[in-house]
Design a protein. Structure first.
Length: 523
């Protein structure tokens, strides 16, 4: 599958297949399969039981990205099952370009259809965070997931698929067809303009330099592959390898993984977040049952209660950084000075142990994530204890508004441009400025076209985002000045409604001829 898409996708997108190869090479998965067969089960039945067990584990997680990994496990199981009974891939003939309607979109389906014949995909099941959906975006193919419709209603018809809005128009009128043809032309021109600046430094047109960092993990949008167009890695999530195994990864296993990430950016800074596990992301080998996981045993709370696990991870990070010296360590879900003191003491212990064996290892910079509201008022007490700060806008917004962002019933209340969120961003920046503390935004707001410009207007000069947003944000910054953005941010801070802030920004984008970026920002 990877070879089939090799010419169609960049290395970032192809990294998606690393998850499949990781699972296939996972000795725990193999051992579970063998154990099931040794109990007397047929290979195909053993496969189904083990795969469903793994998939259910992911499906129960509250984190949207991790929950979508359940589908990846199922897809791998389906492919293994197919090849247990067949020796060759089925061949489908496509005589003309099509909109493909499937019950469940998989990477296999995308790899089986020639790209030039695939106009769009409509999937009856699945979500926007699935790897198949991410792959389709990387290939430039519109995909609408989780469509509640009868596929017979669409079969054989001319149609329009809007991957941004998630709308499908079977048998569209001539007027609607003309409107969308104009949008396609506009989109093509937009992409052409954006690609012209992707290799340039990010800066406003009056010379304000902005650091663009990468959020890294196991997906096409967050690849650990070398990206020469960013200034480093602003957030590397270390919990992925813990979640994919049935026991805690050893220190050596962690050293190998962290070294590969640090080595991909040898001259750039890499911020590694310590294990953010527990509650909504329970380990398969350490189940946690809580009534309210988002307010429970997670992040630094979990690791401080397990100093042995924490020390192994810290030692692995330090050892992996030897000779590269580009590591920074970020502590998640900190809500008190005591937690920071406890974590710092363990970091000091790990450094002393490692430096005794590896004298060339440098002590990395230490930072805290601001995602709990209490941190807004504790920053003055922490300023002398940390080297930098990262703001996780996703969780901070959730906690400020008391809204579960994964709950469809209150989804409309989760506003990234809520006045209180912008006020908190301003407060954090001004506090960090007064204590000369470097600060980075690593939540989704940083990669959103409107959010990125407002944050720069508030004074932020370091934004960390997914690969797919880097080129857009760079281009937008070059069309604006720092003074313009400051005026926009000041105006936004005076508004009581998030909708008003959005409308003001929409008007600004339209006046600058950049309205297409707001539409694209919804993808």
């Amino acid at each position: 599958m990877r070879k089939k898409l090799d010419l169609e996708l960049n290395k970032d997108a192809l990294a998606i297949f690393d998850l499949f190869t990781h699972l296939l090479n996972d000795p725990m998965l193999r051992n579970d399969l063998k154990a099931q067969i040794q109990k007397g089960d047929r290979a195909d039945w053993a496969l189904r039981q083990v795969v469903e067990s793994y998939a259910n584990r992911f499906a129960k997680m509250s984190d949207v990205y991790m929950r979508e990994r359940a589908q990846d496990v199922k897809e791998l199981g389906q492919r293994l099952l197919f090849f247990l009974h067949n020796t060759e891939q089925p061949v489908h003939e496509f005589n003309e370009p099509v909109i493909l309607v499937v019950r469940e979109l998989t990477a296999s389906i995308l790899a089986s259809v020639p790209k030039e014949q695939l106009l769009a995909v409509v999937s009856l099941e699945g979500a926007a965070n699935s790897h198949a959906a991410i792959l389709s975006r990387a290939m430039g193919i519109p995909a609408v997931m989780g469509v509640n419709t009868n596929p017979e209603r669409l079969s054989g018809k001319v149609g329009i698929v809007d991957g941004y809005s998630g709308e499908i128009f079977p048998d569209p009128s001539n007027e609607l067809l003309l409107e969308y043809q104009e949008l396609v032309t506009e989109e093509t021109e937009l992409s052409r303009m954006v690609e012209q600046t992707v290799d340039l430094e990010a800066s406003t047109n009056d010379g304000k330099r902005i650091q663009i960092m990468l959020n890294a993990g196991l997906s096409a949008d967050t690849s650990i592959s070398l990206n020469k167009n960013v200034d480093g890695v602003g957030l590397y999530r270390t919990e992925i390898s813990f979640l994919l195994q049935q026991q805690f990864p050893s220190e050596e296993e962690q050293v190998h993984q962290y070294r590969s990430v640090l080595g991909a950016y040898p001259t750039k800074r890499v911020v590694m977040r310590t294990l953010d596990i527990g509650g909504d992301k329970p380990l398969p080998y350490l189940p946690i049952d809580e009534d309210n996981p988002f307010l429970g045993w997670r992040g630094i709370r979990f690791t401080l209660d397990h100093p042995d696990i924490f020390l192994i991870q810290l030692r692995a990070m330090l050892r992996a950084s030897e000779g590269l010296d580009n590591l920074s360590i970020l502590l998640p879900m900190v809500s008190s000075v005591q937690e920071l003191d406890g974590a710092t003491a363990l970091i000091d212990q790990a450094y002393q142990e490692v430096s005794a064996e590896h004298p060339k290892v440098k002590r990395p910079e230490i930072g805290v994530m601001i995602e709990v509201p209490s941190m807004l008022y504790l920053l003055p007490f922490m300023a002398q204890k940390v080297d930098f700060v990262s703001v996780g806008t996703n969780d901070l917004t959730q906690y400020l508004l008391a809204v579960d962002r994964n709950n469809a019933q209150v989804a409309d209340i989760y506003e990234t441009l809520h006045p209180s969120v912008l006020a908190a961003m301003k407060h954090i920046f001004e506090t960090c400025q007064s204590y000369h503390l470097p600060v980075c935004i690593c939540g989704e707001l940083a990669g959103d076209p409107i959010g990125a410009l407002l944050l720069v207007g508030l004074g932020y000069d370091t934004l960390s985002m997914n690969t797919s947003n880097v080129a857009k944000v760079k281009y937008l910054l070059r069309q604006t000045s720092q003074q313009e953005l400051k005026l926009l941010a000041d105006k936004a801070l005076m508004q009581p409604y998030g909708e008003t802030i959005y409308n003001q920004m929409r008007d600004y984008f339209e006046d600058k001829g950049l309205a297409g970026f707001i539409r694209a920002g919804k993808s």
